[in-house]
Design a protein around this ligand. Structure first.
Ligand SMILES: [Zn+2]
Length: 525
């Protein structure tokens, strides 16, 4: 007699939990301080985690228990175990090579500093130049500098894509793109349809808005619209709404304590961020990851945020976003088995985007930031329009990223430099620099280290809109509404992965994921 499904699940949990915790700690340390030593420790810990997931005996037991049929939490745990372990059922040398390459690429991203005006500059400074400088030469230099990391890693990113494909094919999938979606419980046809709908819903308002932006940029930089190039935009990938012409909330946040504002916001929803904040590393420093993330170290309350906060509105959005991940992790029901005390990518991004979006609401500006009702009333329509622009710009960017990754995995040896600029020009309406033959795509870190993930942000943004509508209807909003926090806790956070993400979305918002919410939101442009 073999083990029962429940025994297999319990054995797997006992095996996996401590290894994942150790890998999470090592990952955290390596991001907080990018030293060789921390990188080596992280590589060892990740290899141990990958080894635990690769266990062939465990995988065979999970497969046979699923074939015998199991339902309830045990069945769900077996499904999640299968999805989590399938992509690790590879020949050892292939698996090890992929992990090594990913770690090495990531480390080069962490340490790379662009050079502008003979000086080393970080991502934040590059962005500052692209937001503020009126000198096209300086802008071009900053933009080009932001892409130099691409040339450093491009060959290895192609190589890791080839290896990922080899892995996916050995497991019976077409390529890594297909395998990733299948094991993330995302249907490829459904995703393609949703993205096509999102394209249709945003093409016209985006085109209309961008024509106005282009006129403004051309007059600011004293050139014709036809002469605008990527460096005239306000960030290196044109992935965010530009400050030009939009409402600027930064003056209201000058000198603000972003952490205190975030803490106060979460408290007002009836949730608690103190424990997370105490464990977090949130201010800029040399040698640390320049981005932001939230990590659940042990699924027992050790949740941490890494960020690089400065006193800006974007930082407020970022900190709330990361805490939106964090309160979800803390809200998972204690009695759930370890495997289910986790979040689906779409659901946790939805929570994060929902909390980040609070910083854009009139009630947040008044209750949390302390603006007067008349200031709030004056800002509200402009803020709503700005938010709509954010969504539009972001959606077009996701369309680029998704189509590029589909192309990358369809043919890692293809002309990716050309593909990249074709997509950027089709979806974002940006004219490529003349004659540029540089792997600009490789400067986007996600392609290397978070492959086939970007569409999750768009799904998350749409679900966040659905949650906003549901909370508006049932609790009158979210800011200073403990009832809304309770609803989120009960319907979204509590169940963990005991149900599939698409069912969870329907349960939590009252309807399945629908592009209609996006269409309505971008109509405010
Ligand atoms: Zn996030």
């Amino acid at each position: 007699m073999g083990s029962t499904g429940r025994e297999i699940v319990e054995q797997a949990e006992a095996r996996l939990a401590p290894v994942l915790e150790a890998a999470n700690v090592a990952w955290w340390d390596s991001q907080v301080e990018a030293t060789e030593d921390n990188a080596a420790k992280r590589e060892r810990a990740e290899l141990a985690w990958s080894n635990a997931l690769a266990d062939r005996d465990q995988f065979a037991k999970v497969e046979s228990a699923r074939e015998q049929g199991a339902n309830g939490d045990v069945g769900r745990c077996l499904d999640l175990l299968y999805d989590a372990t399938l992509r690790h059922q590879l020949a050892d040398p292939l698996r090890e090579r992929i992990v090594e390459l990913e770690t090495s690429i990531d480390m080069r991203f962490s340490r790379h500093r662009a050079i502008v005006g003979g000086r080393q500059v970080g991502d934040t400074e590059i962005k500052k130049i692209l937001r503020q400088s009126d000198d096209p030469r300086e802008r071009r230099e900053a933009w080009e500098a932001s892409k130099t990391v691409g040339a450093v890693v491009a060959d290895d990113v192609r190589e890791v894509a080839r290896l990922r494909n080899e892995a996916a094919q050995s497991l019976g999938h077409r390529d890594w793109y297909a395998l990733s979606l299948a094991t993330d419980e995302l249907d490829e046809g459904r995703l393609a349809d949703t993205l096509a709908e999102a394209d249709r819903a945003t093409a016209e308002p985006f085109g209309r808005w961008k024509a106005v932006l282009d006129e403004r940029l051309a007059s600011r930089f004293g050139c014709a619209v036809a002469d605008l190039r990527p460096w005239h935009h306000a960030d290196p990938f044109f992935q965010e709404a530009p400050p030009d012409g939009a409402v600027d909330l930064d003056p209201y946040l000058e000198g603000a304590d972003i952490v205190a504002l975030a803490r106060r916001t979460i408290e007002g929803v009836g949730l608690d961020a103190d424990g997370i904040i105490a464990r977090s590393d949130v201010y800029p420093r040399d040698g640390k990851n320049q981005h932001a993330f939230c990590i659940d170290i042990d699924r027992r309350g050790d949740v941490r945020v890494l960020a690089n906060l400065v006193s800006t509105h974007e930082s407020a959005d970022t900190m709330l976003h990361e805490l939106g991940h964090g309160v979800y992790d803390l809200g998972l029901r204690d009695e759930l088995p370890w495997l289910l005390r986790s979040t689906h990518l779409v659901a946790t991004e939805a929570s994060a985007i929902l909390f980040g979006s609070l910083a854009w609401r009139r009630d947040w500006l008044e209750h949390i930031l302390g603006l007067s009702p008349s200031e709030g009333a004056e800002l509200e329509p402009r803020v709503r329009a700005a938010r709509a622009v954010e969504l539009l710009v972001f959606t077009r960017w996701v369309l680029v990223m998704n189509a590029f990754e589909r192309g990358l995995y369809a043919n890692p040896d293809g002309d990716l430099d050309t593909l990249w600029w074709e997509l950027v020009s089709r979806y974002q309406g940006v004219t490529p620099p003349d004659g540029r033959r540089v792997p600009d795509w490789a400067a986007k870190i996600h392609i290397a280290v978070s492959p086939v993930y970007y569409h999750t942000y768009l799904y998350g943004a749409i679900v966040a809109l659905q949650l906003t509508a549901a909370l508006e209807a049932e609790a009158g909003g979210l800011v200073d509404r403990p009832d809304a926090g309770a609803l989120l806790g009960e319907r979204l956070f509590g169940p963990g992965q005991s149900v599939r993400w698409d069912t969870l979305v329907e349960d939590a918002t009252g309807s399945p994921l629908s592009v209609e919410y996006l269409e309505r939101a971008v109509a405010a442009v």
